[in-house]
Ligand binder design. Structure first.
Ligand code: GDP
Length: 364
């Protein structure tokens, strides 16, 4: 599965947010299997009304959503890249995640801030500087190693060097690795560098309860920064998310959100943004036993989608029988779609579309 690491300076609301997200998720997911939640890892079901429709039309006995994982990564302080605080452990934890949710304090109040005042842009820069410094150190080491190997005419080392040069230049100028423009065939070498600033970032501007629907002056600055970087920003109030999480009745939840001028939980908005950030799409399988949602990267081909379900499905892939979600619904299910000629047989080069309903045919 795909995962997002929640990072930020101390006292900005990371734990409050993480706990609220996973509690909300646990409540919503009470009916689903496989929803074990470790202390700092939460598997959060991705809300998708399309799955409800498919379950209904397919008369499936069970409905299983797809999940996104959130990891609470505590311990970042100024100097982490030099091993301060939980520095090295912290950086190692970030290396493991697909995307970063960067929580920024955008609320005033009694809570002590490590740097004495509320300034989300300064905080963002503090965290990003640590990640940049860690990357610079790692990239320089990798360059030294690649230079040695490139002398022996090592093709891979040369490719790596060609990527490392612009990356190091960017890092030295204070720009993240993800800002470097590379050609498609350089991407594998780039990924192998495993740089922290290569990961997409979503800012979670944590505002006071009164500003949850509108945002405030602090969150506006964060949004502007995200836009300038081509990144994403979600306004949330961790305090409100905690209150929502404490409500058990879904109707009560909805009502509470409505009184605050909110259409949905911060959880739903963060998940949607995370999906966008990671360039993920959802496909479905629908049968009498279960209707289920699955996640793949956009531009994945049919065998890769089959592989998400089972590696055997990918290895022995023959073809995918595909119905678009809209056709499945409009024609009242698989038989109707089949009769109307809307079930297509697609081969191994088929590029998966968001909402595809699949049957995979494979050799064992
Ligand atoms: P962490 O160190 O980043 O994990 O921060 P915590 O989640 O422990 O929060 C630090 C303090 O800020 C706690 O006392 C929270 O109750 C408070 N806090 C977190 N989010 C909000 C918020 O949205 N509004 C207000 N007023 N306080 C918050």
């Amino acid at each position: 599965g795909f995962n997002c690491g929640i990072v930020g300076l101390p006292n900005v609301g990371k734990s409050t947010l993480f706990n609220a997200l996973t509690e909300t998720a646990a409540a919503e997911a009470a009916n689903y299997p496989f929803c074990t939640i470790e202390p700092n890892v939460g598997r959060v079901p991705v809300p998708d009304p399309r799955l409800d429709r498919l379950t209904e039309i397919g008369k499936s006995a069970k409905e299983i959503p797809t999940f996104l994982e959130f990891v609470d990564i505590a311990g970042l302080v100024r100097g982490a890249s030099k091993g301060e605080g939980l520095g090295n452990q912290f950086l190692a934890n970030i290396r493991e995640v697909d995307a970063i949710v960067h929580v920024l304090r955008c609320f005033d109040g009694e809570v002590t801030h490590v740097d004495g005042s509320v300034d989300p842009i300064r905080d963002a820069e503090t965290v990003e500087t640590e990640l940049l410094l860690a990357d610079l150190e790692s990239a320089e080491k990798q360059r030294d190693a690649a230079i040695k190997r490139a002398r022996g005419n090592d093709k891979e080392a040369k490719e790596r060097l060609a990527v490392l040069e612009p990356v190091i230049e960017a890092l030295e100028a204070g720009r993240p690795a993800r800002s470097v423009t590379l050609s498609d065939d350089q991407l594998p070498a780039f990924r192998q560098l495993q740089l922290l600033t290569a990961k997409p970032v979503l800012y979670a501007a944590n505002v006071d309860e009164e500003s949850a629907a509108t945002g405030n002056a602090y969150s506006a600055k964060v949004a502007a920064r995200a836009e300038a970087e081509g990144g994403a920003c979600v306004v949330i109030s961790a305090a409100i998310e905690a209150e929502v999480a404490a409500l058990e009745d879904p109707a009560e939840k909805r009502e509470f959100l409505e009184t605050l001028g909110l259409e949905e939980t911060g959880l739903a908005r963060i998940i949607r943004a995370g999906y966008g950030l990671l360039d993920l799409i959802t496909f479905f399988t629908v049968g009498p036993k279960e209707a289920r949602a699955w996640t793949v990267r956009r531009a994945s081909r049919a065998p890769q989608a089959a592989g998400v379900i089972h590696t055997d499905f990918e290895r022995g892939f023959i073809r995918a029988e595909t119905i678009a979600y809209d056709d499945f619904v409009a024609l009242n299910g698989e038989q109707g779609a089949k009769d109307a000629g809307k079930m297509r047989a697609e081969g191994k080069d088929y590029v998966v579309k968001d909402g595809d309903v699949f049957h995979f045919r494979f050799n064992v």
